[in-house]
Design a protein around this ligand. Structure first.
Ligand code: PLP
Length: 358
């Protein structure tokens, strides 16, 4: 991680020398000639943030929420973004330059892929969860190296062996970014995700927590060192040039994060998933991860797949067929998400349809 830390330190130092280092401030009790709240509607309803964090959108509520999240997940610092997509497309170009090479799992989310596209870095994919393939690719390249993975992959529901991956990346002096979109709320005793469960907070350059999944809200934290946060405040374009989240969202995230701590709900998902998998017809090609709520069932014939989707809708069950290009050709599937609120009766109906449809 030293080379990325050095890169960030150098860039910040340059800003200081040029007297243009940005810091987040809260301005209160001043007559407003700065915000974009032209009609005063946000002021009247105490809702909108009125501008970007660096101009008028910063406030004590968001600062407190970031601190609370860092304490909860055991990071030094966190920075809030309006969405996971916005976080990823800003983070990756900010951290990388022409001297960087990015190595990404072939199944990473579109937002990470687009972050790579927006960067000036060279990039290579490696086969899904294939650490020996990653290791071979890392060995061939010098310079700053960054590896992008997810803690649970959104389509296959599986996870990388993060401990083994970190051994490899350390050997090759590469840094790692982990996206916890589908693991946060589900993995670990308190549902704090894979990085936290494995106590790897200090080993990961940046961990991404989109909040539209298990937290049931919207927005995203990027967590890591204080240096990372200071750097992003200065160099992450999707953070700098976008209106800060509304106070309504901040309140919602704060409130709903407190509900994560339910071990019972996580256990219920795993119980229902086991019941579903135990009773599913053997011949179906199925993939799922140990701790994830996602089960994918592959159908080689897209027409059959679409027919099953239609039949499920007809019976009142909401299951989506995932088609190319969201997944590779030949990997089209039904993506089933088991929720803590689903019932055995509902799962039995799902099983009845899937087990009978050839
Ligand atoms: C792995 C991953 N990262 C990021 C995102 C984007 O997050 P958001 O929906 O908050 O933009 C998603 C959303 O599906 C995702 O699955």
């Amino acid at each position: 991680m030293e080379n990325f830390n050095q890169y960030m330190l150098d860039e910040i130092k340059l800003r200081k020398q040029n007297f243009n280092l940005r810091e987040l401030s809260v301005y209160s009790n001043l007559t407003d000639f700065a915000s974009n709240d032209y009609l005063g509607i946000a002021k009247k309803h105490q809702t909108g943030s009125t501008g970007s964090r660096l101009i008028s959108g910063n406030n004590q509520q968001i600062i407190d929420l970031e601190k609370k999240f860092s304490n909860l997940t055991c990071f030094d610092s966190s920075l809030f973004f309006n969405s996971g997509f916005q976080a990823n497309i800003g983070l990756i170009p900010a951290l990388t330059d022409r001297n960087t090479t990015i190595f990404y799992d072939e199944l990473i989310h579109a937002s990470l892929r687009d972050g790579v596209r927006l960067s000036n870095a060279k990039n290579f994919s490696f086969k899904h969860n294939d650490l020996s393939h990653l290791s071979k690719k890392l060995a061939k390249i010098d310079g700053k190296k960054l590896v992008l993975v997810e803690a649970v992959y959104s389509m296959d529901g599986d996870s990388p062996d993060l401990i083994e991956l970190l051994k490899i990346t350390k050997t090759h002096n590469a840094s790692v970014i982990v996206d916890e979109a589908h693991s946060f709320g589900l993995i670990g005793e308190k549902g704090l995700g894979l990085v936290n469960k494995l106590n790897l907070n200090k080993e990961i350059l940046a961990t991404i927590y989109p909040l539209g999944k298990a937290v049931g809200s919207s927005g995203c934290f990027i967590s890591g060192s204080t240096l990372l946060k200071d750097f992003l405040i200065n160099f992450c374009r999707s953070f700098i040039y976008s209106t800060a989240p509304s106070k309504t969202v901040i309140k919602e995230v704060d409130f709903q994060l407190a509900e994560l701590n339910s071990f019972t709900m996580r256990a219920e998902i795993l119980r229902l998933k086991k019941y579903f998998l135990d009773n599913l017809r053997n011949e179906l090609r199925v993939i799922s991860g140990k701790d994830s709520a996602i089960v994918s069932i592959f159908y080689s014939d897209t027409i059959v797949l679409k027919k099953i989707e239609a039949l499920l809708f007809e019976k009142g069950l909401f299951v989506k067929a995932i088609l190319h290009p969201t997944v590779k050709k030949g990997e089209e599937r039904l993506r089933i998400c088991i929720h803590a609120f689903n019932t055995i009766k509902e799962i039995n109906l799902l099983l009845e349809i899937l087990n009978n449809k050839k």
